[in-house]
Design a protein around this ligand. Sequence first.
Ligand code: DX5
Ligand code: ZN
Length: 216
Amino acid sequence: MTKIAPSILASDFANLESEIKEVEQAGADYIHVDVMDGKFVPNISIGIPVVKAIRPVTDLPLDVHLMISDPENYVEAFAEAGASIITVHQEATSHLHRTIQLIKNSGTKAGVVINPATPVEMLKPILHEVELVLVMSVNPGFGGQKFIPEVMEKVEKLYTWRKEMNNYSYEIEVDGGVNKETSGLCKQAGADVLVAGSAIFNDRDREKAVSEIRDS
Ligand code: DX5
Ligand code: ZN
């Protein structure tokens, strides 16, 4: 079954605890946490203290998406705060392999993410080391943007490579513009986890929103 990871970027931050509990109740599999630094992406969101604050309010894994430059400097702090999976952008770190090792040594699962304009082949040297590969289907920085269908080709490649290589065991995640209209394309291409922000938190009926994305 496809996993759903609601992005709290689109939630009501004044009521974060109840927002998270509602989507957990609605059947979410991960809580997706979007961290932005105003440098790697043109927006600033939330960081380490918020991860720490939400860790005790849910049993779900915290899927932390770092949209920050030089993420290696903050990996340990996010792990200590309670991140379950830490995902770094290939474009944001000079030594991807070292950064992935650092995440693993900090005791959390390691993920890597690529922007829409980055070829997925760039990830080949690291694919045997990661537990998650995130394919951005919008340019990172904002919620509520339009899905870029061309990136599905990258999801298909990741799916095929994983079938071919028995040392590849990553989950394939898609992030950006995922809703009940676009989720079918992601699943067809081979995605295991779908991130959705506005499609879930802008709908009062979170259970319906989660199952529509999962089942359509
Ligand atoms: C984009 C973020 C996404 C975003 C998804 O920079 O990484 O996780 O919050 O939001 P929607 O689902 O609204 O595109
Ligand atoms: Zn994200």
